[in-house]
Design a protein around this ligand. Structure first.
Ligand SMILES: [Zn+2]
Length: 264
């Protein structure tokens, strides 16, 4: 039990540290700033943040969520992203163990966390992520790093991306304006290539389900106003995460298992 908990805290810490890096990515990539230089600085007074003020989770709490120099509030999002990234890292390692599949999928989980926040903020999925996602995917498939075949990955990509493209075109004809961004289609290609055909169909279904629930709950409980535009990337990210975490040993999926045993 002792080692069990230690094992988890190490991964939580690793995730939180990476989450701290994701905060930089989320802020800088859509602004076309470099993610390596300059070092982290306060977004209101521009003073560089000292390493001891940049410790994931802890610094934010010690400083009471304020900049040491100008006392301007630092968004609680920073600590939330670090916490979520830490937590998801633990969930992933519990699901996959320390395996090649864990390292491949956690890479995409981290990317999806960044995409989620950026898409909510700016309504874009920067091409840098698509490029990184596709290149990594080709590399991974080349070395047979996933439990699905190359062909299955190809079918998945065509299905996930293709369906979103089709929906986008139909919506465009009906609404007379663009509703499904091309960024979503490109992300669909990447996720489909990662999931394979069967899980891509589940991924599409879950993306629309989660986005529908989010919209209904948002409008009825939080009086969310529809700005006529809701980013879709975050829901594709959420769906992929659900699929990742419901994997059964041997590469199956417990949602699909449940569906097929209940319906047939
Ligand atoms: Zn400041």
């Amino acid at each position: 039990m002792q080692t069990f908990q230690l094992f988890h805290s190490v991964f939580f810490l690793f995730g939180a540290i990476f989450g701290s890096f994701l905060n930089v990515v989320i802020w800088r990539v859509p602004r076309n700033e470099s993610i390596v230089s300059p070092p982290s600085h306060c977004s209101s007074c521009n003073k560089q943040i000292a390493p001891y003020d940049n410790i994931p989770l802890i610094s934010w709490l010690i400083l009471g969520g304020k900049c040491r120099h100008c006392k301007k509030e630092i968004s609680s999002r920073y600590i939330i992203v670090e916490f979520i990234t830490g937590l998801l890292t633990v969930f992933m390692v519990v699901t996959y163990g320390i395996s090649t599949e864990f390292f491949i999928k956690i890479f995409y989980v981290y990317m999806l966390i960044a995409i989620t926040y950026i898409d909510f903020d700016h309504y874009i999925i920067p091409n840098e992520f698509i490029l990184l996602g596709v290149t990594s995917l080709l590399f991974i498939h080349f070395f047979n790093g996933l439990p699905i075949s190359k062909l299955d990955g190809f079918y998945g990509a065509i299905t996930f991306g293709g369906f979103l493209y089709f929906i986008g075109k139909v919506a465009e004809l009906i609404l007379k304006k663009e509703s499904m961004g091309f960024g979503d289609v490109k992300l669909g290609l990447v996720l489909g290539g990662l999931l394979g055909l069967k899980l891509s169909i589940l991924g599409l279904f879950l993306s629309f389900l989660i986005s529908g629930l989010f919209t209904i709950i948002g409008i009825s409980l939080f009086k969310m106003k529809s700005k006529g535009e809701i980013p879709f990337g975050p829901f594709m990210a959420a769906a992929t995460l659900v699929i990742f975490l419901t994997r059964t040993p041997g590469g199956g999926n417990s949602i699909l298992n449940w569906y097929f045993t209940t319906m047939f």
